[in-house]
Design a protein around this ligand. Structure first.
Ligand SMILES: Nc1ncnc2c1ncn2[C@@H]1O[C@H](COP(=O)(O)OP(=O)(O)O)[C@@H](O)[C@H]1O
Ligand SMILES: [Mg+2]
Length: 254
């Protein structure tokens, strides 16, 4: 895939497809296939297996103020995924795009039906962001099992809602099982060493902005970046690598 962030489009207004998710009520599925008899979805009551799907899991890293959110936002806007799940725990994505996020279950279901499911958890989960994250991962995974085509789960500042010691079953479902249902992943972390190695190990593409912390630079070097080049990046400048093909890319967002 093209690692350069796509130009900002108008998908927020005109999503490239209108999926018809089966249910407004999220379940705590933990990777279980939907039970038979569950009400309508793109493939009846059976999960939509997509074993041919080539997973894309993008990890964007870099120090504060370097341009990560700018890149990620453009990436999401340019993505052709038919259903985009954005965990907007800081309200920054919706704020920057002047986009009204979903804050209730009803709004989530409506948003999912339009292709953009931007969830601000402050109303449903005040003071409980990790629980909100688990809920939304489960919601996204469950809908993805019922919806054909490519889907994308996205989160800014992943290190703020996860830790380096454990990976929740909900995150494991999205990261490790989501591929079977065409669910991709795009997340930001300030430093790669601030997220669990199971998250890092799932990355198919890495985009790095400037990093100075030795552990962060070491990991970038381990996945093929020139450490001096990573340290020397200017604000807005990035390097990218496809870890499957080794394909490098470079550019700037400002
Ligand atoms: N074209 C630009 N020129 C200069 N600064 C910019 C430009 N676009 C964005 N910025 C600023 O750069 C800062 C960092 O961008 P951001 O993507 O939020 O970084 P990060 O997510 O890495 O902290 C933001 O405060 C933003 O206002
Ligand atoms: Mg940011």
């Amino acid at each position: 895939m093209n690692l350069a962030p796509a130009r900002a489009g108008n998908e927020l207004i005109q999503p490239d497809a209108t999926p018809k998710p089966g249910t407004a009520e999220p379940r705590r599925a933990h990777c279980q296939d939907p039970p038979s008899g569950e009400s309508g979805n793109a493939a009846g009551s059976r999960p939509v297996m997509q074993l041919e799907h080539k997973p894309s899991k993008v990890l964007i890293v870099g120090c504060s103020g370097s341009g990560k959110t700018q890149y990620w936002t453009r990436y999401l806007l340019g993505s052709r995924a038919r259903l985009k799940f954005v965990f907007d725990h800081e309200g920054e994505f919706a704020g920057r795009l002047k986009f009204r996020p979903a804050t209730t279950l009803e709004q989530l279901a409506t948003a999912a039906g339009r292709g953009w499911c931007v969830f601000d958890p402050a109303r449903l989960y005040p003071g409980a962001t990790p629980e909100a994250f688990a809920f939304f991962l489960d919601f996204a995974f469950t809908l993805s099992t019922q919806t054909g085509g490519r889907k994308l789960f996205a989160c800014d500042e992943l290190q703020a809602v996860t830790d380096t010691h454990t990976v929740s079953p909900e995150l494991a479902c999205v990261l490790e099982t989501g591929r079977r249902y065409g669910l991709d992943f795009a997340a930001i972390a300030q430093q790669p060493n601030l997220v669990h190695n199971r998250v890092r190990n799932q990355a198919t593409e890495v985009v790095t902005f400037q990093q100075m912390d030795p552990r962060a630079v070491d990991w970038c070097a381990a996945v093929g970046f020139d450490p001096a080049a990573v340290r020397g990046l200017a604000p807005g400048q990035y390097l990218a690598r496809n870890l499957k093909t080794g394909g490098p890319a470079a550019g700037r967002v400002f």
